[in-house]
Ligand binder design. Structure first.
Ligand SMILES: [Zn+2]
Ligand SMILES: [Zn+2]
Length: 120
């Protein structure tokens, strides 16, 4: 019996991470500040063979995944240009442009007051 290879951990570690030369988020073009407000996005989802991941804001990342399914990302929105042209993303970028570079959505819900603010 062959030794079972658990590949998922290795795939995670071998991911190629791209930090933009200009230090700007490739989605919203605001500055990326290293730390908890920066995340990595696979333009081509891992499930579709994507290995390269790009530094973007956590808010931008959440927005992308709230709008698109993985198969849409793989087939249509696999470039930042394509994402930015999408109308919902364009509106989001416009709205975000006035926010500080470290802005994060805290998932506040108006009907739930007792959410602990420290939870991200
Ligand atoms: Zn951004
Ligand atoms: Zn992603």
């Amino acid at each position: 019996m062959p030794k079972g290879k658990r590949r998922h951990k290795f795939e995670e570690e071998s991911a190629e991470s791209v930090w933009p030369d200009d230090g700007l988020c490739p989605l919203c073009q605001r500055a990326l500040v290293p730390g908890p407000t920066v995340n990595y996005h696979h333009l081509v989802p891992k499930a579709y063979g994507g290995k390269r991941r790009y530094a973007i804001h956590t808010v931008c990342h959440s927005k992308i995944h709230s709008l698109f399914m993985e198969h849409e990302l793989a087939a249509v929105y696999n470039t930042f240009e394509g994402l930015r042209e999408q109308s919902d993303i364009a509106k989001f970028i416009h709205w975000l442009s006035s926010k500080p570079p470290t802005f994060t959505s805290r998932h506040q819900r108006s009907h739930k007051k007792d959410n602990k603010e420290s939870l991200l």
